[in-house]
Ligand binder design. Sequence first.
Ligand code: RBF
Length: 342
Amino acid sequence: MKRLLFRALVLGVVVVFALACKNKEPAGEAQTAKAIGVFVPGVSSGSPVYEMLVEGVLAAAEQYNAGRVTVTVIEGGYNQAEWENKITAMTASGSYNLIVSSNPSLPDIVSKVSEQFPDQHFLLLDGEMKGNSRVYTLRYNQREQAYMAGYIAALQTETEQNGAQRRIGLVAAQEYPVMNNIILPGFLEGARAVHSSYEVDFRIVGNWYDAAKAGELAADMIQGGVRALLCIAGGANEGVVNAANRRNAKVVWFDSNGYNVNPGTVIGSSVIRQDIAACNQVLRYLEGALPFGSAEVMGVNDGYVDFIQDDPVYLETVPAEIREKQAAMIERIRSGALALFP
Ligand code: RBF
């Protein structure tokens, strides 16, 4: 079943790429070969942001000119203290025209590496750094992403609790500036747009893989009255979903489409289109058009942040009353009536 789902996912992604990525004609004979190194700060499997990163880079290489672009994926693992050395080693090898990665902590690391190896080009997603002429960054408007998650978590809670309890949950793998300053406040802001007295029960797993610990945290939160939880914990998300499923609580998924992770338990998917971003930006690089030195921020109206409303599981398992209110809120963002600056 898992394998089938994975295949469906891969097929789905390929279809999206065919639609979303510019289709470049194969370059002429004079075109030089390019080597791209992808650094995964963690482990791809189980982390939507990294799965999408790798898929997007591979799709770009394939679309641009199969055979002339090589892609090497290197996983940095969960020990964050080793990432700087690993990226330094990748750079020092001189093997890559471009190193692609994704993580809010990467700009600081790359700044240091760049001092030692000023010619290395980097494309960094999900992070921000301006002014280094060899580095391009793209981050997402995660205030919008988190707001849409908080809104549906509160709508679900209102339906179940009818105002008796106004607390939603967020299980995060670790604290970091984007989490504490953008995602957590955005999640609460979305819930408070439903009712001003919402609070967030915010818990930290301590790593991106311990599903048992994440499950215990979620069980405790549900025990305390939380009915809808957002999980941002990579491989540990599974523990949150299982704990919620067993206790008939609901989960909002982040980054990718999660409805099929557990149909009926996952009631929302607040996503970033990191696969499309990786594909498009690598194509831009291959075409010589990536604006190194600049930092872009992409949101709902750029097509890079979204809340998935057309999934059959969403349509079948989430009550129409909730879906209609959620749709109206998203329409307010799209029309500009609701502006959530990054
Ligand atoms: N997100 C994941 O899904 N898996 C990870 O392993 C992961 N590791 C991270 C490590 C650090 C140091 C930081 C700052 C963030 C990490 N993220 C990870 C979170 C990711 O960048 C992003 O904020 C979330 O996926 C929400 O979009």
